[in-house]
Ligand binder design. Sequence first.
Ligand code: MSP
Length: 508
Amino acid sequence: MKTFYLTTAIDYANGSPHLGHAYEKVLADVIARSKRLLGSPVRFVTGLDEHGQKVQQGAEAEGIDPIQRCDRVAEEFESMLRLLDISNDDYIRTTQERHKKVVAHLLQELHDRGEIYEAEYQGYYSTRAEQFLQEKDKVNGEWPEIFGEVTQITERNYFFRLSKYRDWLVSHLEENPGFIEPAHRQNQVLEFLKEPLNDLCISRPKDRLNWGIPLPFDTDYVTYVWFDALVNYVSAAGFGDPGFEQLWPADLHVIGKDILAPPHAVYWPIMLKASNLPLPARILAHGWWTSSGAKMSKSTGETVDPLSLAERYGSDPFRYFVMREMKVGNDAEFSLERFESRYRADLGNDLGNLVSRLLHMSATYEEGVTPEVGLNEGPEKKIGLLWESTKEEALKFFLEYQFSQGLERVFSFIRGINKYADERTPWKLAKSEAPEDRQALRTCLGTMIEALRLANALLAPVMPSVHASINDRLGLEPCCSWKEDLSWDHRLSGKKLGEKTILFPRDV
Ligand code: MSP
């Protein structure tokens, strides 16, 4: 079976991690964990994009070498990954030898085959965006703020023959409707391709920028950051090594909508095509976390640092919040109130209370052992059926990377378990000595425990620690296969349960 090769964007080393970076890594992690639960071998890679003018300038301002700055930022990002329980198998940094050699190799090959040529460039250049501009980039006759100072320059540079692949790319998109998700983004890329495509300048003269990978065929230049950064996906897969075909083509690139077109949806497919390498199967473009409607970044200066919520409440509530709150592909507005409300309502009241009262009742009425279920009446049939539809729908959503909707189903099942208890009223049954009431009580607790075990199996990729701790109370190891652990079979009957626990304390 081919290994499911999954990547995220590699973050810029010119800033510190924030909610946008954190969300993307959690999203990819939930996908990686879901795939593993479905039995697929997975390779999950993330990393750091370290070259470019801003990193060079930042280091100069601090009076240190760019690599020292990158090492420090890499440590910050890697500690974010640990904080959020991200299960990546690799962390690629574009300053690593394994990456630089692949960039140089691909550039040399493209140059040898005439796909890269030298020419004189005359036009506008934005230092802030590290990008050449055209008249059409002006808005109302002015350069937009994001470009900072724009100057006119004339210089010799190297160009990649992007334009020659435009028609090919259009056909590829038309023939592969699911290449970019959500589908409306694929249409946006097709719109973008209606405009003529210019060849891409892939060099920067060293006297302007030296913090980059030298062009192998002209060491007076370094490589344009996007040409360098995108190659990480093949260098991390071990391009040129024997195991490469086991990973490449990638199964999924997870990225944000701001870097879809042109980098991932235009440059990258064309770079691969021109290098005779197969294209990734799919690109998933997620939306933005916003604050008062604007894209969140480190500089928007939130009063609450969203990452500190993971430190305070634990990584799982944070993971649940971002997965539940953002519909993949759309934007979502961050607010502390929304976070606290999800924490209190979904996690505390629905899930946390279910676990604690169920363990408490089992300890009090049944000596902490999962009872045998003797009845299968209306309420049991109803909750059993609810499980079957929940499983089917939640898995379908999860497979389509629609985790918010999938989690919505799981939590509505969890509320269903609480309703089932309200219907059977075990606390009342426990007061009676009548044999039919004893049997109804045992049935009720056994049914609730089975339902909790199943709901909890579906939470495993999103809240791995909470999942493990609930399973531990049920006397189980963490779930490692959805193929084996999602059937309603009362496998816990007669098994010892653990002590009551408070999963989501109120005072944090
Ligand atoms: N270095 C490039 C990516 C190169 S990939 C070969 C880059 N870095 S970034 O640090 O600016 O962004 C990294 C990822 O975080 C991107 O996918 C971006 O969309 C995502 N986010 C950054 N801010 C975001 C939000 N406010 N919300 C959600 N994600 C956003 O781009």
